[in-house]
Ligand binder design. Structure first.
Ligand code: AVJ
Length: 319
């Protein structure tokens, strides 16, 4: 079998159709909202990489600390021969796991970005010529057809991206992952943890304004892809902690009453002065809440590891 396969499960126009549907639905409901997946065009992906290096943005460093310390235990517990990484991006985090899995046969990176997948796969194959890489261009929150590969399998979903999903979306997602696991398979899940509001808000509203630029970039995506005329300068970046839902919310707040035309949708949207467009939630978890959500999906939390400061956690769950 060729060491590198790439399967596109997204039709070529899927992204465009999904963006149109999300913008039409999100901007005609109240409060207005857009899904965070649209942050990640080339510019948004660059800004996110910059965010991961910010002093205030601790999750990436905290998760890397756990992976460095625990990859041996994770590998021993899972014995995975196939590693499936959802939202793999650059696969930088995964190297620690790949290096710790001596019997690994197949790596299945899954991402909506074909360019990120191809780049990461080429780099990995250069380092591990014996590895079989089957990249999937797919949206892991939708139906996911995994390729045949030797078990046991370890599905890996890192970064805390689970927190971008609303509770009911998380339940659906975890159930869909469970449906693809056989006895002996596992799920390795990264979750950011509840902590003091000041630390959380600073991580999403850094002093240098990189997160503000990342947030506003979604307006540039809609402007470019759908012929809209959002004035980014008339929106302010807002990051707030919602203590009831225990999630960070990022919003773009209209500085004045304004009208936005979205040509491709033949849509005109009014913003009142001070009106918010919600662009992301980033839910924060506790061990017991993760145990409960996994259990509701038919998964058992076997291992819970945090960084030394207890900021972030990796969970290993089995069916
Ligand atoms: C990549 C979704 C995990 O929610 O912390 C970073 C995205 N948003 N700064 C997160 C993000 C603002 C990040 N995830």
């Amino acid at each position: 079998m060729s060491p590198f396969l790439l399967t596109r499960t997204l039709p070529a126009d899927a992204t465009d159709a999904a963006l149109r549907a999300d913008v039409l639905s999100g901007l005609t409901q109240h409060p207005k909202t857009l899904p965070p997946k649209w942050f990640y065009d080339a510019r948004g992906s660059e800004l996110f990489e910059e965010i991961t290096r910010l002093a205030e943005y601790y999750p990436t460093r905290a998760e890397r600390e756990i992976l460095v310390a625990r990859s041996g235990e994770i590998a021993a517990a899972s014995g995975a021969r196939t590693l499936i990484e959802l939202g793999s991006g650059s696969s930088e985090k995964t190297r620690h796991l790949l290096d710790a899995l001596p019997d690994l046969h197949t790596y299945v990176p899954v991402d909506v970005s074909e360019s990120a997948l191809a780049g990461a796969a080429r780099a990995l194959l250069a380092e591990r010529p014996g590895l079989s890489v089957h990249a999937l261009v797919a949206d892991f929150t939708h139906a996911l057809e995994l390729p045949e590969s030797p078990g046991p399998r370890l599905v890996v979903f890192l970064g805390g991206t689970l927190g971008n999903l609303l509770p009911e979306e998380r339940a659906d997602f975890l159930r869909s992952v469970r449906a693809r696991l056989a006895p002996g398979d596992g799920l390795l899940l990264g979750t950011d943890l509840v902590k003091d509001e000041g630390t959380l808000v600073a991580a999403y509203d850094d002093a240098a304004g990189v997160t503000a630029a990342f947030n506003k970039n979604v307006l540039a995506v809609v402007n470019r892809e759908l012929g809209a005329d959002f004035p980014p300068g008339d929106f302010g970046h807002v990051a707030l902690w919602d203590p009831d839902h225990e999630w960070i919310e990022m919003r773009l707040r209209a500085r004045r009453a304004l009208t936005v035309k979205i040509r491709e949708l033949d849509l005109v949207v009014q913003f009142e002065e001070g009106e918010d467009l919600r662009t992301e939630i980033s839910a924060k978890f506790r061990e017991e809440s993760v145990r409960g959500e996994l259990s509701a999906a038919g998964l058992r939390l076997d291992q819970w590891w945090t960084d030394a400061a207890g900021r972030f956690a990796l969970s290993l769950a089995t069916v």
